[in-house]
Each structure stands twice: as C-alpha cells, then as structure tokens.
Design a protein around this ligand. Structure first.
Ligand SMILES: *[C@@H]1O[C@H](CO)[C@@H](O)[C@H](O)[C@H]1NC(C)=O
Length: 238
C-alpha cells in the first residue's frame, strides 16, 4: 500500500510565474554587479556565491544582502548574481494543498478499488515510470524478503496491487506535504474479520509532473494478520 512532487521549469516559465524573478539570468555590468562579482566586493567570494545561490532558490523567500545595497532591488541583484554565474533556472514548483489531497485520494482509490475498470489507467497516470514501492509491512504479510523493494516498478505495482482484495474502508487521518513529498496517515477498517483497525503511514515522492515516483509505506501488519485469521500460525500445522 504504498506511494510525491516537484517541478523543474525553464527560467522563462519561472519569470512568467513569478514577477519577482523577471529579468533574472541577464548580467548587467553596473555598480550593483561589481559589488557582487568582485571588483568592488566587500565580502568573500564564497559568501557572495552562497548568497546568490540562496537568493535564487525558490525557497525560502529570497532577500538581497546588505552589501548589495548598490543593487536597488531584487531584479538588479539577480542580474548581478548572473554575472557571478548564478541563475534562477532550474527550480521547483511546489505542491498545492489541492494537488497533495488529490494525489492521496487517487492513490487510496487504487487500494480500495483494485478491481475497478479504470485501475490500470489511473495507476498509469498517477505513478511515474521510475516508480518503486517499498514496504516491510507488505513484505512481511506476503512472506517476502522484509528488506526488499516490494514493487520495483510501475508494472509490478499494477500487477501486484491490482490483484489484491479491496480495502473496504480507508480513511485519511492526516496529510503533511512539502514541495515534493507527501506523508499520509491512514486507518483501514473492514479487513477480514474486522477485529482490529489497521493504522499506517505512507510517504510519497512526487515528480515535477505530479506523479508518484517512490512510496514508503508501513502499517500495523500484526493487526492485519489477526484480521485475516493469522494464516502464518496455520501453515506449519497442516
Ligand atoms: C533481501 O533484500 C535485501 C535488499 O534488497 C538484499 O540486500 C538481501 O540480500 C535480500 N536477502 C535475501 C535473503 O534475498
């Protein structure tokens, strides 16, 4: 059960997306640039490089350092950073709340409706070609090498998860996300005898195009085994 986000954009796209970054990437040799590139610099090169790098990072919010006072604003400072070889491309765009929720809901639907006619098309749209899914909990339930990657490919997930019985009830307890990762806490109910609920946590790595490239999922496999009648206890007595 198992399965994040992050986007590389061309500097041109970025300029359209963020007016703050407009005109970045163009080196204008002026007093501002000289304060950054060295001929009039008051700071060590490593400091100036680090400041440009941080400024051109999409997060956190960029600030123009005090020694760059000759640069009247962020556009001229970014030009000076370009003179030093730092430009704003590539960069990431971050997950929105709606995207994070949609990714979680779509993945959950693969677990609650693995036999649905659109299972494969949904999985193909949601999962990146480089997809892997690693879960010691699933490996344990399946009697496989606990340390191994559970589904080493998208095709393996589609074949494996697609053959599972549906999880009758899967409720989201919480979603946490960064620009390109999601953590999802969930509780499953209705498995087997439904004696125990099963709680778990999935983390997703999300590609620039919004697909899940990696899942790490762990859950209470002891409760799951009890719900399905502890088959591991019977197998050795037959
Ligand atoms: C189990 O998987 C791990 C990680 O892939 C691997 O290093 C180890 O050799 C495997 N063990 C067995 C017994 O196959």
């Amino acid at each position: 059960m198992k399965s994040l986000f992050f986007t590389f954009l061309a500097s041109l796209t970025l300029a359209h997306a963020n007016p703050l970054l407009e005109a970045r990437g163009v080196c204008n040799a002026d007093n501002c640039a000289r304060a950054i590139t060295g001929s009039a610099a008051q700071q060590a090169l490593a400091t100036r490089q680090a400041d440009c790098s941080a400024f051109l990072s999409p997060f956190p919010t960029p600030t123009v350092p005090a020694y760059a006072s000759a640069c009247s604003g962020s556009v001229r400072y970014s030009s000076a950073c370009a003179c030093l070889g730092y430009t704003a491309s590539p960069t990431h765009s971050c997950l929105s709340p709606a995207q994070a929720t949609s990714i979680v809901n779509t993945f959950a639907s693969l677990l609650t409706a693995p036999q649905a006619p659109d299972f494969t098309s949904k999985a193909n749209a949601l999962l990146a070609d480089s997809f892997t899914d690693t879960s010691g909990s699933i490996n344990f339930l399946a009697g496989q090498n606990i340390s191994a990657v559970t589904f080493p490919s998208k095709a393996a997930f589609i074949g494996g998860q697609g053959a599972q019985p549906p999880i009758p009830s899967l409720t989201t307890l919480d979603i946490f996300y960064t620009c390109d990762k999601i953590a999802w806490r969930w509780v499953a109910q209705g498995i087997g005898s439904d004696q125990y609920e099963v709680k778990g946590i999935d983390t997703f790595t999300i590609t620039h195009s919004g697909q899940i490239s990696a899942v790490f999922a762990e859950f209470n496999s002891g409760a799951w085994l009890a719900d399905i009648g502890n088959p591991q206890c019977h197998s050795s007595t037959s």
